[in-house]
Design a protein around this ligand. Structure first.
Ligand SMILES: [Zn+2]
Length: 389
């Protein structure tokens, strides 16, 4: 017993009647179907069988098994029932699937490169070209050639072939896998391959083929692409992004990147100026800190970040050989540092005492830091560190 696959001879059949042959749980077999099952890297059609939503179809031993979301009362063995195809989903599959045939056909016929894998995703599709690193110019050329084939409106010829011998007389791009019921899809001058998925009547229905990216994948080049409506949606999204950026940078498409670069340079200048100011400010701060210090330079701050403490510590250590202990209640962190001339081993002090106060940290002989849970334990640690000098 086999399910008659109406989609193979008429891919535009959106509704048709069929007789229910079996119902098992929520799985239904019909005498014939308009629904293409999941196959060769492509998801299945969806739609309605009578009142019931059909969510997935798969093929097993010549039978197409339709999975229903819920078995409605009209689903009964022997009943004649109406099938309704989710056409938008199907046409999207047809556009992207034929796009893959066109890309693969050009890769094979023009460059002698095989397609080792195809996946029609819900958002983007991929094909794996058997070439290690495809140059950018070649990707662009492939895209251009593929769209030329689309714009030429070439017929897509489907031939159901009786025997393997008959199929082998055709210039097939891929070796055959099955022995019977072979459907060969030919785009004159572009591609010829065995395939049982529904196809558009001519290449112009693909609309457009856009390669999104090409990257290395297991020693091959994985090509990501979008066709038809997906390519339009992609263009709409990117157009929206570019329009927003043009407004933000007072640009036109042509000088947008240049204007972004100019803004980036300005931002870098401001950042450099800010850093220079911070250093100058830290030098002034350090000079004041050193006044009157005899054995050690120590101070607690309220609003300093760790970077602020480091900057101040660095400037101060360039002005004195005394050990420096700076802390901030904003980050509950203590910084120990010196010029290298002090005998205080900063890292060792942190290692020896900080953990006793629940602190975490470490560092070298001349620069170390320790982080604490609250200001009180941080201050206790500072007292111990001061006592160790
Ligand atoms: Zn195919």
């Amino acid at each position: 017993m086999m399910t008659e696959k109406l989609f193979q001879t008429n891919s535009y059949l959106k509704t048709c009647s069929a007789v229910i042959e079996s119902v098992e749980g929520n799985k239904v077999v019909l005498d014939r179907t308009i629904f293409a099952p999941e196959a060769g890297g492509q998801g299945s059609d969806t739609g309605f069988i009578g009142q019931a939503r059909m969510v997935h179809a798969e093929e097993k031993d010549g039978l197409v098994i339709h999975e229903l979301e819920e078995v409605t009362s009209d689903i009964k063995v022997g009943a004649e029932i109406e099938m309704t195809l989710d056409w938008d989903n199907r046409f999207d599959h047809m556009q992207n699937h034929l796009g893959e045939h066109i890309l693969s056909g050009i890769l094979f016929n023009k460059y002698g490169i095989s397609n080792k894998g195809f996946h029609l995703g819900t958002d983007i599709s991929t094909l794996d070209a058997d070439m290690k690193k495809m140059p950018d110019e070649m990707v662009e050329e492939l895209e251009l050639e593929a769209n030329r084939a689309v714009f030429s409106g070439l017929p897509v010829e489907i031939k159901l072939i009786e025997s393997k011998e008959e199929a082998e007389s055709l210039p097939l791009r891929k070796a055959l896998k099955v022995d019977e019921d072979i459907s060969v899809v030919t785009i004159p001058g572009v591609d010829c391959v065995a395939c049982c998925c529904p196809q558009p009547a001519d290449t112009s229905q693909v609309g457009i083929i856009k390669i999104i990216k090409a990257e290395n994948y297991k020693g091959m080049t994985r090509i990501y692409f979008k066709c038809g409506m997906r390519a339009l949606e992609d263009f709409r999204l990117k157009h929206k992004i570019v329009t927003t950026l043009n407004k933000k940078y007072s640009s036109e498409d042509e000088n947008l990147l240049e204007n972004i670069k100019i803004q980036e340079n300005k931002f870098n200048d401001v950042r450099r100026d800010l850093n220079t100011m911070k250093v100058k400010f830290a030098q002034i701060e350090a000079a004041a800190l050193l006044e009157g210090a005899e054995k050690v330079v120590a101070r607690e701050y309220e609003d300093y970040t760790l970077d602020d403490l480091k900057m101040l510590g660095k400037q101060a250590s360039e002005m004195t050989d005394l050990p420096i202990i700076l802390s901030s209640t904003k980050v509950n962190t203590v910084l120990l540092t010196h010029s290298g001339q002090s005998s205080l081993r900063c890292g060792a002090v942190v290692k020896e005492f900080a953990s006793g106060f629940g602190g975490k940290g470490g560092g070298s002989d001349s620069l170390a830091q320790a982080l604490f849970k609250d200001p009180e334990v941080m201050r206790n640690f500072v007292q111990i560190a001061l006592a160790s000098i």
